[in-house]
Design a protein around this ligand. Structure first.
Ligand code: ADP
Length: 267
């Protein structure tokens, strides 16, 4: 068990630039083993925060990228055919509950609601996980904690968490970091000069103002780190920005033209 837990432990401190009091607040949630929901647009630092917290708390981290084809068995486990018989294989949620890991279900809204409900008994006072197919009831390890991420931008009537799921979590609102912090993140993650990082941030903010006016989401910090890395590698800044910041996010000719102009004005 310890050996398995070690495999999921984060060895080196992940770089995480705090945006507010979230580190101390998460520690308080963990002390009380409250399930946590981290809300915010894609690429704004949610996963990095969870990795950092797992490292800081010294707990193993098991991450699951959720998708709509995911079934409860993908989380909990299943019998595999092996030789002439069958063998039970724990799913990631079961492993986390057994070894006392932080289980991070990334983009939980992508999962179907019948999949999501398997987390219910783990996220209230019971802290148990029934393995129906195996006829086993697992009591979560005292260190186990469930963390989910959620992008409110993708919310729709078809895809939303039920209130009965939402109301099991303490939540953090994340957003793109404020300009000076985001510039620090770019400079640190990509190793670019602060002055260049500041220009990228300025461009990102221009694009974020287009959200709701042709863009579904703003340019993420993740994409800005990509652009900074390309520039650091010697790519022409305008090419890097088009490739990393504009082309991935929209196919709309007008919005592309607006963003391309902004790039030419800034670089
Ligand atoms: P998501 O919100 O989609 O989980 P990530 O946590 O994967 O986003 O963040 C994307 C990238 O942005 C990270 O890999 C990291 O390079 C950078 N990043 C965003 N916010 C921060 C932060 N606060 N501290 C350090 N890096 C950050």
């Amino acid at each position: 068990m310890t050996h398995q837990a070690d495999a999921y432990r984060i060895k080196a401190e992940p770089y995480y630039q705090a945006q507010g009091r979230e580190v101390a607040l998460f520690e308080a949630a963990y002390r009380n083993r409250l399930p946590v929901m981290v809300k915010g647009p894609t690429g704004c630092g949610k996963s990095r925060f969870v990795e950092y917290m797992a490292w800081k708390l010294g707990k193993p981290l098991i991450t699951v990228a959720c998708n709509e084809d995911m079934t409860a068995s993908d989380l909990v486990g299943r019998y595999l055919l092996e030789g002439g018989g069958t063998r039970w294989l724990d799913g990631p949620l079961t492993t986390a509950a057994r070894i006392g890991a932080i289980c991070y279900l990334d983009e939980i809204v992508e999962a179907r609601q019948d999949t999501t409900v398997v987390i219910h008994p783990l996220t209230d006072h019971r802290r148990v996980l029934p393995l129906d197919k195996k006829g086993e009831l697992i009591e979560a390890h005292p260190d186990f904690q469930l963390v989910i991420s959620y992008n409110p931008g993708y919310q729709s009537l078809m895809k939303d968490l039920k209130q009965s799921t939402k109301q099991r979590f303490a939540a953090f609102d994340f957003d793109y970091p404020e300009a000076t912090l985001e510039a620090t993140i770019l400079a640190t993650e990509a190793g670019v000069a602060p002055e260049l990082a500041a220009r990228l941030v300025q461009l990102g903010q221009t694009a974020r103002n287009l959200k709701g006016h042709g863009l579904d989401e703003g340019i993420s910090t993740r994409l800005m780190v990509y652009a900074a890395k390309l520039i650091r590698d010697g790519v022409d800044p305008a090419d890097a920005c088009r490739m990393a910041l504009v082309r991935p996010i929209t196919d709309d000719a007008d919005i592309r033209a607006t963003l391309d102009h902004a790039i030419d004005a800034i670089f």
